[in-house]
Design a protein around this ligand. Structure first.
Ligand code: A3P
Ligand code: MG
Ligand code: MG
Length: 366
């Protein structure tokens, strides 16, 4: 039996924003160039202005690309939470633990009619753990590759542009500690998206306390000494150069995902590399995350509204916590263009593969 949460009409999410907490990093982890996990900030990168005029396609043939068809569940996040709990001696107080990407999909729902999603969720020790349903992700990627675009560069090359821009715009250490040759050599460096730095934060939307893990592209300066102080994270994006009003409208629509993604981890600055249609880096612009909602609202017929994203998420999270109140594995599904999100049980008992044995064993002891 499925329980439904109506998305439409979205007008009921209008009005002042539900309370939100400022995200605070509680722990972090890294993947190295081979995607091997470690606790801590080994793969943190520093922002440093890229050279304009670079060809973002250059190096596609040597791209060290992560095979993201593999199902990693919540494993790295749970390992990091375990280590954090071993340090503090107590359980984290979150009601929901998930990847930032899942919350991004949920928050975007009222204004995103095209993309569906599927997630698996399980209740364990009064906390809801939510992962992406990997089979759905893999299938929708395959569809995307087949149905989109008939002209222009191949989709894989366009996806490479984003990672190339990250390579052009970051350093493995602060610039003062980096040799000139490394700074200048970025244009020829091998692009590798297996390496990642991931921040694990405690945050909240409405009544729900969340523990989210997500990748952060770079830092502006350095982490503050005081734990819990805001961190000058940088989110990097690439986007097509704006040549007319249609492009401007499209960009403002894209700002919704940029904003949600950055808002959830407390990333204050987004740096957009504007590129030509064939992937030449033409311009770099800095955008303050907190100003995006007012910028979008200041335009005629805004295509989305940040407060409504927050209010929708607050209401949906409360609904989830009421609905998933029992053991087993549950599916959270939105079909493309559907006016509702469905929640139904797919396994009667246990936690599927959402929780690692390692994590359960640790929690039994705690
Ligand atoms: P851009 O979006 O900057 O072009 P992120 O911006 O989240 O740090 O992701 C970095 C890059 O990964 C993106 O660059 C894009 O190329 C690729 N990427 C992110 N999400 C993706 C998705 N759902 N499907 C395909 N590629 C994606
Ligand atoms: Mg990223
Ligand atoms: Mg990015």
């Amino acid at each position: 039996m499925s329980v439904q949460f109506p998305v439409q009409p979205i007008g009921r999410f209008a009005g002042a924003s539900q309370p939100v907490r400022r995200p605070k990093e509680i722990a972090c982890f890294s993947y190295d160039d081979n995607h091997v996990f470690s606790l801590g900030d080994a793969s943190l990168k520093w922002y440093y202005t890229p050279q304009l005029g670079a060809d973002l396609s250059k190096g596609f043939d040597t791209f060290e690309k992560l095979d993201d068809s593999k199902d990693e569940h919540l494993d790295s996040l749970l390992r990091t939470i375990t280590a954090h709990e071993q340090d503090t001696g107590k359980r984290i107080d979150a009601h929901v633990v998930t990847w930032r990407g899942m919350m991004t999909k949920i928050m975007a729902t009222p204004f995103d009619n095209q993309d569906g999603f599927e997630m698996n969720a399980t209740l364990y020790q009064d906390c809801l753990f939510i992962e992406e349903n990997n089979a759905y992700k893999v299938a929708s990627r395959r569809n995307e590759g087949q149905t989109r675009r008939r002209h222009g560069p191949p989709l894989e090359v366009m996806q490479f542009w984003g990672y190339k821009f990250e390579t052009l715009a970051t350093l493995p250490a602060p610039w003062g500690d980096t040799e000139r040759a490394v700074i200048d050599g970025r244009e020829h460096a091998v692009v590798n998206n297996k390496a990642q730095y991931c921040s694990v934060v405690r945050t909240g939307i409405g009544k729900t306390i969340l523990c989210l893990g997500g990748e952060v592209d770079a830092i502006w300066d350095s982490k503050p000494v005081q734990q819990g102080s805001p961190i000058n994270w940088v989110e990097l994006k690439t986007s097509a150069e704006m040549r007319g009003p249609g492009d401007v409208d499209n960009f403002h629509r894209k700002l919704m995902k940029y904003w949600i993604q950055s808002f959830l981890l407390g990333v204050p600055k987004i740096i957009v590399g504007f590129r030509s249609r064939d992937g030449i880096l033409l311009d770099v612009q800095e955008i303050e995350t907190h100003r995006i909602p007012e910028t979008v609202n200041g335009r005629p017929n805004p295509s989305w509204n940040a407060d409504m994203c927050v209010n929708f998420a607050a209401a949906f999270l409360e609904f989830l916590m009421h609905t998933i109140n029992d053991e087993g594995v549950w599916r959270i599904r939105r079909q493309p263009q559907s006016p509702m999100i469905e929640v139904y049980k797919v396994e009667e008992t246990g936690h599927g593969d959402i929780l690692s044995e390692e994590f359960k064993n640790w929690r039994i002891k705690l």
